[in-house]
Structure formats: C-alpha cells, structure tokens
Design a protein around this ligand. Sequence first.
Ligand code: F3S
Length: 393
Amino acid sequence: MYLTNEEEKALEGEFGEALEKAMRILVAIGEVYGAERLIKISSAHISGVSYKTIGDAGLDFLQDLASLGAKVRVKTTLNPCGMDPIKWRSLGIIDEDFAKKQMKIIESYTHMGVEPTLTCTPYYISNVPKYGEDIAWAESSAVIYANSVIGAKTNREGAPSALAAAIVGKTPMYGYHLEENRIGTEKIIVKMDLEDPADYGALGIYVARMNVKVPYFVLDGKALNLSIYVKYLGAALAAEGSVAMMHIEGFTPEWNKYKHEFSDKIIVEKDDIKEIFEEKSCEDEEDLIALGCPHLSVEELRGLLKYRPKRTTWISIGMDMYKAHKDLINELERRGYIIAKGTCFVVSPIERKFKVTATNSGKASKYLPSFCKQCVILRRTKDLLVISDENSC
Ligand code: F3S
C-alpha cells in the first residue's frame, strides 16, 4: 500500500507509540484487502464499549493506549455500554465491580477525545455524516444506515480498526469506499405490507439468509414510516448476514446512481415473513419487553406516548437523545417505561434477571438468545404494549 512520507514516519514511530500502533493496524488491514492507499475520513464511530463484551483484556488495552497519549483526530462517537451510566443501580442487574470497570472503559475513551454518546444511532444527533463522505464506523446497524440511507461510505469496521482510523484520521481505501462495491447484487421484490419495526426486521432476517451482498429492494406493498423504520431492516440484514449496504428503489440516495448487476431475483411474500415470526415465538411468557434496537429516534419516543407498558418495558436510547429531549423522556418514565440510556438489552447483562424477552427488533431477536441466554419473542409494537388512556400530546 502506498504511504506518504508523513504516514511512513508515523508507521516508524516518529510521532509516538500510540500513532505507530494505530498505523500498524491500518496498514495490516489495507494490505490484506489490497487497498491502494489511505484516505481521509470525516468521522469515526467506535464499538467495543460494554464491559460485558470486552472484559478485562479490553479495558487493559484501552487504558494502555490512553496512557500512551493516543488522541483521536476526527469527530468520534461511542456505541452503547453495559449499563445506564446514571441510573445503573435502579435497573437491578449491575454490581459495583461491573460499574467501576465500565466507567473506566468510558474514561479511557474520553481521555482519547472520544465523545461518550453511548449510542448505536449516532446519525440522529451527535455524528451526522453527509452524502459522499468517507467515514470509519463500527456497529453494523449504523454502518448499513450510513452507507445506504445517508450515502456516506464506510466499511464494517471492528472496534480496533475504527479506533485506529480515528487516531490516524484516515482509513484504507477498499470495500465500500469504492463505487464498484456499492452496486446492487440481488433484486428483492417485496410483495407484502411493512407496517411495524418487527415486519422490517423479519424481512431483513429472511433476506439475509439468502446470502445476499448488496440487496436492491423494490417495495411493492405499503411501507409505513419507511424513513423511521428502515433502520430495523438494515440492522436485521447486518446482524443475520454480513450486509453493509442496500438500496431501496425510489428511497435510498444511490438507488439510481449505478448500473446494478443482479445475479438473482428474490420474491418475498407474507407467508415467508410469517415463518420468521413463528420461529421466534418462545412458548413461555415474557418477563421483559425490550424496545430500542437500534436506539430510538425522537419520533419513535413520541409515538410511545400512545401506549403504556403492560409489564417491565425497557426503552434503549443514546445519551445524546437523553440530553436533547429530557422532558419527553421524563414523561415516558412517569408513564411506567424504564429508560435504559447509554446502553441496551443486548450489551448489558440482562440474563442476571430475565429469562424471556419480547421485542419488536429483528436484530435483537437474533442476538438475545446467544448474548443474553434469552428465550425470545419477535412481536409487533402494538402487541407488546397497551393503548394509553392518557393524552398523547
Ligand atoms: Fe444498538 Fe444494542 Fe441493538 S447496540 S443495534 S440496541 S444490540
């Protein structure tokens, strides 16, 4: 891979050990994927934040890097951590040791200049890339959203490579940074209505199982709240498969930019999606209802005022959303919802308290059994909550 003089010096350690380590990661990745050179990025988003997932080894790595003086050079935001950093005691699943170590992880990141937004939907408030920008994001649901809905360009970074890119301010030029890899590869005709996040998620799971690469959707039925619920389709595609980019005819910004080359045409009907719901229908009754995977938008939060919880109901949101809409969030709390801010029910140790979780998220339905030992139920929002008799304004 071609490196500028400055990049060569950084790789040789002339600008310090932290930059050298970050450069080594990027050069190794660039060489594996045949990147021609490094390109500048406008932002990074980092996963690998929960103590539950990265453990002591991850904490040690971050503390070492921070002590070497590592600093990010571009706007960099952080994925959810393993607990609500403010109200962790009240959720009843976190002990002192977990909390102490979780806070140290966040401190290490902030020491490096990373913003502790603790959200997987940074694109709402805290980190909003523009069309065509090169970025280096981890968190697969945010990657597919950025590529497909915003038209920014990112590969599916891992936690170390996103952090390395943030420290260098660059990323190797390969994969989805190149137009030839953004072309649609399978045409998916959806002959059914999509009315709820759960429908979008079930569709994502079904299509991901066809081993698609860059699916190009034609939505033949109704697509209710497409601009809000599209994140559930992307998140499920990314979790069930390894999809990082999709097109939706007439909706996503690059749908008519390329001459797509379809190797397959797949028709999806109502009965196909019904099978996904049947597969994810634990026989036991749920003891937790989990909403907000990916983290909720302000429109979705307002929509929840129409309902009230019928049993323990977690809502996951980012710290940026919490700070921007405190009154709305206090009102939801007053109505009985539990606001899990800066975290989510997948990356926190909910298995310490719950056994059966019902959710409207396809992605969560994929991860809850393996990450949290949950028996899972995928269900539409209106069937998880009850209509509220209070005014929704
Ligand atoms: Fe976000 Fe957690 Fe789901 S990080 S996408 S809410 S698994």
